[in-house]
Ligand binder design. Structure first.
Ligand code: SF4
Length: 324
């Protein structure tokens, strides 16, 4: 049953269950609601890198931190289409394009992003963008160009958010998510573990996601990749059990969402990742880089899929099933 009326206490009861019980229940719910052998594979490219005016404490692309990231202007349309072809050949059904912007501005860069969306959509791939804050009109323009999904993460709980970002508010995030929903675009929204938040913050973030009027179609669970030069450079590596706990709880709360094992995968063993798939993860990013941080390659993931008996989900499967 899909519920949007979860209480924080109920979520805490799930989150704090003995780990094996939690994994077992999440795996059961996953198998009841999804084809558990299928994993959605996305490829993420940075179409505009670095030089961002925001102060997200985890982000190497913020201009104010000295992280050695090379600032790069918006990519050319042809280069994006080439990257999409490479990603498709590597097994990705979705291309996610990320730009290090505070917000979308109505200028020629946005026009070029619209052309990118059209170009990749015509290749039969699902297109996702993560471009910062978005107005309702901009969201509609992206939808008209064929944008499939928009990523905008909550990062953490409302209470802890201000410790991580001071240049915008939690409500700004929620407003953009509303604009994306109104335009009929699929919502990709999750968070990051390892920012220094408490377990209660994690539970609160999951509560916000699971009580949205419609659950996000895609829920990325990221492990912080602590990058030298950012304020969080000394944060401890996230324990795999914390990731498993978050993924399993998200799966139980949002049975039909794509729960995405996202940043931090590069340092996970195949057995760690297998546990995450068991706990209900059914989406990954593939390709050497995740914006600016390392990620397993297409070939490594292909070998892992073969070992675990997983197959990549085809693009637009939900729509095809509805039509079929
Ligand atoms: S996470 Fe996005 S908005 Fe925040 S600093 Fe990085 S690029 Fe800018």
């Amino acid at each position: 049953m899909i519920r949007n009326n979860w209480k924080k206490e109920e979520i805490a009861e799930i989150y704090y269950r003995p780990l094996l019980d939690l994994i077992h229940e999440a795996a059961t719910i996953h198998r009841d609601n999804n084809d558990y052998s299928e994993v959605q594979v996305s490829s993420l490219i940075s179409i505009k890198t670095g030089g961002c005016s925001e102060d997200c404490a985890y982000c190497p692309q913020a201009a104010r931190y000295n992280t050695g990231v090379d600032v790069q202007a918006l990519m050319k349309l042809d280069d994006v289409v080439d990257a999409a072809e490479k990603a498709k050949a590597g097994g990705a059904s979705r291309l996610c394009m990320g730009a290090a912007w505070r917000e979308v501005r109505d200028n020629r860069d946005f026009d070029r992003v619209i052309d990118m969306v059209k170009g990749v959509n015509e290749m039969g791939m699902e297109v996702c963008c993560t471009l910062g804050m978005l107005t309702e009109t901009q969201a509609q323009k992206l939808a008209d160009a064929g944008l499939y999904a928009y990523n905008h993460n909550l990062d953490t709980s409302k209470e802890y958010y201000k410790e991580i970002i001071s240049t915008r508010t939690y409500n700004d995030r929620l407003d953009t998510l509303d604009n994306v929903r109104k335009a009929g675009i699929s919502v990709c929204c999750g968070g990051i573990v390892g920012l220094g938040e408490t377990h209660a913050d994690r539970i609160k973030m999951l509560h916000t996601l699971a009580t949205m009027p419609e659950h996000p179609e895609s829920v990325p669970i990221n492990a912080l990749v602590a990058v030298v030069g950012t304020p969080l450079e000394s944060n401890q590596k996230v324990d795999v059990w914390d990731m498993v706990k978050m993924i399993a709880t998200a799966r139980i709360l949002m049975p039909k969402a794509m729960v995405r094992l996202s940043a931090g995968r590069a340092t996970m063993s195949v057995s760690d990742q297998a546990l995450c798939f068991m706990a209900g993860a059914n989406s990954i990013f593939t390709g050497e880089k995740l914006l600016t941080t390392p990620n397993p390659t297409f070939d490594e993931d292909k070998a892992m899929f073969e070992l675990l008996g997983l197959t990549p989900r085809e693009a637009f499967k939900e729509e095809k099933e509805l039509i079929g």
